[in-house]
Design a protein around this ligand. Structure first.
Ligand code: NAD
Ligand code: UFG
Length: 336
C-alpha cells in the first residue's frame, strides 16, 4: 500500500493513475489547500475504481499515524507542499510551517509506525543559478527563495534520517518543468488565479482567458534570447515515481536523481510548438526579465536512467497537444 500525500494536486493525481496502472494499492491524503475534490472523481473515472481518499493535513500527526497503521502502508510518495515562489518570499513562515513542519510530522509518524520508505518531490530549484549545463546531481545545491530552501532542507533532513536509520530509503526526485496533462483530458494543472508559470499561461491565452503572454526577457544568453527550460510531460514524470517506488522498496539509503528530458526549449520555441498543436495564435509581447529568474536550465537525466531504469518518452509536441486538450475540455479547471 502506497500513501500519496498531496495526491489531489497536479503531479500527484497523474502519479496515482500510474501507480494504480502498475498494480499498486494507493491511499491518498490531501487537505485541498491547492486542489479540488473533483480531481479525485476524475482519477476514479480514469482508473475505473474507487480511490481510498482521506481529507486531512500532513501536520496532523495522530491522523497520519492512524492512516499508516490502518492501511498497512509500505511506502510514502510525498507531494504535499505549497509551491508558489513569490508567495514564499512574502510568507516564509507559512512555507516553512507547511513544507518543513509538515514533512517532519509525516516522518515522525512514519517512524512511530515503522514505515521507512519515502519518495519526495524535490525540484531543480535546489541547484539555484546553474554554474554549468546540463545540471548533474553533483552540482552544488543552495536555493534562493524560501520555497526552494524548503526543498533543500527536506533533502538534508532525509539524508540525516537515512544516516541514522540504515533501513530507511529516501528518493528525492528533482523535477525539472512538468507540463501537459493526461491524454484523457480529465486531469491536468488547474492553477487558481493568474498562473505563475509559462505553460498554463499559454493555454489560458489560447482559450481566451488572458489577452496576451508577457515574455520575461529576450536578452538572455540563449538560442533566441528567451529563457530556456527542460519541460517534461507530467505523465513521464508520474512514471518516474513508479520506478522510484519500486527502487525504494528494494534498496535503502538516499538518492536524489534529476527527472528531466535533457533537452532545453526556449519560451518562443514553446509558444510555436503550442501554436502548431492547438492551431491558435498565442499573442505575446517582450517584457522585462522577471526578478530572480535564471536564463537557462536543463537536466542531465542519466542517473535516473542508470539507477531507476527511467527515461522520458514524450516530447514537446505531445506535451502541448495533451495540455491543450485538458484546457479545452476544462476551461475553468476543476470548477464547474
Ligand atoms: P499542487 O499544488 O497541484 O499539489 C500539491 C497538493 O498538496 C495540493 O493538492 C494541496 O492541496 C496539497 N497540500 C498542500 N499542503 C498540504 C498539507 N499541509 N496537507 C495535505 N495536503 C496538502 O502542486 P504540484 O505541482 O502537483 O506539485 C507537487 C509537488 O511537487 C510539490 O511538493 C511541489 O513543490 C513539487 N514540485 C512541483 C513542480 C512544478 O512545477 N509543478 C516543480 C518541482 C517540484
Ligand atoms: N515565463 C515568461 N512569461 C510568463 C511565465 C514564465 O516568459 O508569464 C518564462 C520564464 O521567464 C522562464 C520560463 O518562462 O524563462 C519558464 O518559467 P516558469 O515560471 O514556467 O518555470 P521556472 O523554471 O521559472 O520555475 C519552475 C517553478 C518553480 C521551480 C522551478 C524549478 O515555477 O517553482 O521551475 O523547478 F522552482
Amino acid at each position: 500500500m502506497i500513501l500519496v500525500t498531496g495526491g489531489a494536486g497536479y503531479i500527484g493525481s497523474h502519479t496515482i493513475v500510474e501507480l494504480i496502472a502498475a498494480g499498486h494499492e494507493v491511499v491518498c491524503l490531501d487537505n485541498f489547500s491547492n486542489s479540488n475534490p473533483e480531481s479525485v472523481r476524475r482519477i476514479e473515472r480514469i482508473t475505473g475504481r474507487k480511490l481510498n481518499f482521506v481529507e486531512g493535513d500532513i501536520r496532523d500527526g495522530a491522523l497520519l499515524e492512524r492512516l499508516l497503521r490502518e492501511h498497512a502502508v509500505d511506502a510514502v510518495v510525498h507531494f504535499a507542499a505549497l509551491k508558489a515562489v513569490g508567495e514564499s518570499v512574502e510568507k516564509p513562515l507559512l512555507y516553512y510551517e507547511n513544507n518543513i513542519t509538515g514533512t517532519l510530522a509525516l516522518l515522525s509518524a512514519m517512524q512511530r509506525v515503522g514505515v521507512s520508505r519515502m519518495v519526495f518531490s524535490s525540484s531543480a530549484t535546489v541547484y539555484g543559478t546553474p554554474q554549468a549545463l546540463p545540471l548533474t546531481e553533483a552540482h552544488p545545491i543552495g536555493a534562493v527563495n524560501p520555497y526552494g530552501q524548503s526543498k533543500v532542507m527536506v533533502e538534508y533532513i532525509l539524508a540525516d534520517v537515512c544516516k541514522a536509520d540504515p533501513n530507511f530509503s529516501a528518493i528525492c526526485l528533482r523535477y525539472f518543468n512538468p507540463i501537459g496533462a493526461h491524454e484523457s483530458g480529465l486531469i491536468g494543472e488547474a492553477p487558481t488565479g493568474i498562473p505563475n508559470n509559462l505553460f498554463p499561461f499559454i493555454t489560458q491565452v489560447a482559450v481566451g482567458k488572458r489577452a496576451e503572454l508577457a515574455v520575461f526577457g529576450n536578452d538572455w544568453d540563449t538560442v533566441d534570447g528567451t529563457g530556456v527550460r527542460d519541460y517534461i510531460h507530467v505523465v513521464d514524470l508520474a512514471r518516474g515515481h513508479v520506478k522510484a517506488i519500486d527502487y525504494a522498496l528494494k534498496h535503502t539509503g538516499m538518492l536524489a536523481p534529476n527527472l528531466g528530458t535533457g533537452r532545453g526549449t526556449s519560451v518562443l520555441e514553446l509558444i510555436h510548438a503550442f501554436e502548431r498543436a492547438s492551431g491558435r495564435k498565442i499573442a505575446h509581447r517582450i517584457a522585462p526579465r522577471r526578478p530572480g529568474d535564471i536564463g537557462a536550465c536543463w537536466a542531465d537525466p542519466s542517473m535516473a536512467e542508470r539507477v531507476l531504469g527511467w527515461k522520458a518518452q514524450l516530447g514537446i509536441d505531445a506535451m502541448c497537444a495533451d495540455g491543450w486538450r485538458w484546457q479545452q475540455m476544462n476551461p475553468n479547471g476543476y470548477e464547474a
